[in-house]
Write a protein that binds this ligand. Structure first.
Ligand SMILES: [Zn+2]
Length: 459
C-alpha cells in the first residue's frame, strides 16, 4: 500500500505547492498582540486542511493564541500512536527592504519556495498533514493513529503550552512525538536530531561607591566594580577554557560509543564552518572535536557587559555599578537548578567584600537527549532513508527546545526530530526558503514513517 501512497504524493506535487502558498500568505506573526485576525485565520486554515485530509480536528483556546488539535482515531492492532507537534506562527519579517520578494507573497526561485514560515515551520508541518491525506485518499485509512498539536506561540516561547499539554495529557497521549522543525545536516544529507542543550541565564550586578566618583580623589582606596567584574568573569574559566564552577561537570554525560561513531561519519568541514562564522580561529576546549564542543559540551558565555563610562573621550571615574549578562548552555544530565545554584555560589565566593553583589536568574531550561537505537528511531531512520533516498545522519542541536523534556515528563514520550530544511535557509531572517524537492521528500518521509511505525507492533 505504501507504494500507492507514494505514487499519490508524486502525482500531487504541484497541488501541494499551491496549498503551501495559501498557508504562507497568512501573516501569522505571533509577537504582535493585535494580530488576532491573521492568527485565527492560520489556525482555522490548519483545522480545515485536517478536515480535508480526513482527520477530526478542533481549534482550542490556550489563554493565548489557539492550538489546533487533531486525532485520526484508533486503529486495529498494537501499533504505536504518534503525536505530530508543529507551529503555525511565524517570526516577524524584519527589514522589508532586505527581502527579494514579499515575505507573505510566496515566490519560487531556483526550486526554492521563498516566504516567511516556508521552513519554520509551515512547510515542514504541512508534510505530515499531506501524508495523512495521501494515506486516507489511497488506503481509506491510516496505518497508525496520528494525533496533532499545532500551536501558535512557538516564536514567543510557548508560554501556554505546558499548562495546555498537562491539562489535555489524556487527549494527547502517544508513544512518540514527531517534530519537523529542525534542519538537515547539509544540502545533501538529511538528519535526525536526538539531543538539545539546555540553558541557564544570569545577570550579575556589582555596586561600589554610592555614585560615580573621581578616580583621582578616591582611586586606590575603594574597589572599582568594573575591575572586580573583570576578575570575576576571568575566574569563571581556566586556561583550557574549562568552566571552574565547582561541580559544574559532575553530571555531564560523555558521548556513547555509538554516538561517537555517528559523529565521526559526519561530512563536517571545519574550515567552511570557520569561514561561515567569520572568526579568525576556533576556540573552546580544543582538545575535543568541534562538533562535540558545539553539541555535547556545556558552555559559559558573557552575552553583554554594562556599566562605567563608555562615551567618547576620557572620563576618570570609579563607576558606582556595572554588570554582566552570562548564559550557560548545559548538556545532559546537567540540572538547570543545580547549575544555577552552583553559579551563584561560585560568583559569591569570588566577589570580595569591597563591592556588593546581586544576581538575577532570567531563564532556565533542561537539556534533552533520547536514545538513537529505540524502535521508533529505527522506524524514523528507515522512513527518512526511503523518503529522501539517502540514509540520514544523527545530529544534536546546540540550541535549546524547552518543550522536549516537558513532552517526556508529561506524556512519557520521546521526540523524533526529522528536519527537512537547509541549515542556511534564513529562518528568522530575510528571504527564508524551503527547497521544494525537500518539501516533497518530507511528505514521502512522513508517509513512510506511518508505514514503518505500523510495522513495529506493540511496544
Ligand atoms: Zn520553528
Amino acid at each position: 500500500m505504501i507504494d500507492q501512497v507514494v505514487s499519490y504524493v508524486e502525482a500531487h506535487r504541484e497541488e501541494y505547492v499551491g496549498r503551501l502558498s495559501d498557508f504562507l500568505r497568512i501573516e501569522s506573526v505571533s509577537t504582535d498582540r493585535g494580530n488576532s485576525q491573521e492568527m485565527r485565520r492560520a489556525a482555522q486554515w490548519v483545522c480545515n486542511l485536517m478536515a480535508e485530509a480526513g482527520i477530526q480536528a478542533e481549534t482550542m483556546d490556550t489563554g493565548g493564541w489557539p492550538c489546533v488539535v487533531a486525532d485520526s482515531g484508533p486503529v486495529a492492532g498494537d501499533a504505536p500512536t504518534i503525536l505530530v507537534y508543529g507551529h503555525y506562527d511565524v517570526q516577524p519579517v524584519g527589514d522589508l527592504s532586505l527581502w527579494e520578494s514579499g515575505p507573505f507573497e510566496p515566490a519560487i526561485r531556483g526550486g526554492r519556495m521563498y516566504a516567511r514560515g516556508s521552513a519554520d515551520d509551515k512547510g515542514q508541518l504541512l508534510t505530515h498533514l499531506l501524508a495523512v491525506e495521501a494515506w486516507n485518499r489511497t488506503a481509506g485509512k491510516l496505518p497508525v493513529r496520528v494525533k496533532f498539536i499545532i500551536e501558535g506561540e512557538e516564536e514567543v516561547g510557548s508560554p501556554n503550552l505546558v499548562p495546555f499539554i498537562t491539562r489535555y495529557r489524556e487527549k494527547l497521549a502517544c508513544d512518540y512525538v514527531v517534530i519537523s522543525d529542525t534542519t538537515k545536516f547539509d544540502g545533501d544529507t538529511p538528519a535526525i536530531t536526538y539531543g538539545t542543550r539546555g540553558l541557564v541565564y544570569k545577570e550579575i550586578t556589582l555596586t561600589g561607591p554610592r555614585n560615580d566618583t573621581h578616580s583621582g580623589s578616591f582611586g586606590g582606596t575603594v574597589a572599582n566594580p568594573c575591575n572586580v567584574l573583570a576578575d570575576v568573569i576571568a575566574g569563571l574559566k581556566d586556561a583550557d577554557n574549562r568552566i571552574t564552577i565547582p561541580g559544574f561537570y559532575d553530571r555531564v554525560l560523555e558521548l556513547s560509543p555509538a554516538e561517537r561513531r555517528e559523529l565521526e561519519k559526519l561530512p563536517f568541514d571545519e574550515r567552511a564552518y570557520l569561514t561561515s562564522v567569520g572568526s579568525p580561529a576556533l576556540d573552546g576546549e580544543t582538545a575535543l572535536p568541534t562538533l562535540v564542543r558545539r553539541w555535547a559540551r556545556p558552555t559559559l558565555d558573557v552575552n553583554g557587559l554594562f556599566g562605567g563610562f563608555s562615551g567618547e573621550g576620557p572620563s576618570t571615574i570609579i563607576p558606582a555599578r556595572c554588570g554582566a549578562k552570562v548564559s550557560m548552555r548545559i548538556v545532559p544530565d546537567q540540572d538547570p537548578h543545580e547549575i544555577s545554584q552552583a553559579f551563584d555560589k561560585a560568583v559569591q565566593a569570588m566577589t570580595p567584600p569591597t563591592v556588593r553583589l546581586s544576581i538575577k536568574t532570567f531563564a532556565d531550561a533542561r537539556p534533552y537527549l533520547c536514545p538513537i537505537d529505540s524502535r521508533g528511531m529505527n522506524a524514523a531512520v528507515q522512513a527518512v532513508e526511503a523518503g529522501f533516498r539517502i540514509r540520514p545522519v544523527f545530529i544534536r542541536e546546540g540550541g535549546t527546545l524547552p518543550i522536549l523534556p516537558e513532552f517526556r515528563r508529561i506524556l512519557g514520550a520521546d521526540s523524533i526530530m526529522m528536519g527537512f530544511c537547509l541549515p542556511d535557509c534564513n529562518l528568522h531572517g530575510p528571504n527564508e526558503f524551503l527547497v521544494l524537492e525537500d518539501f516533497w521528500a518530507g511528505i514521502r518521509t512522513a508517509a513512510f514513517l506511518q508505514d514503518r511505525m505500523a510495522d513495529l507492533g506493540p511496544a
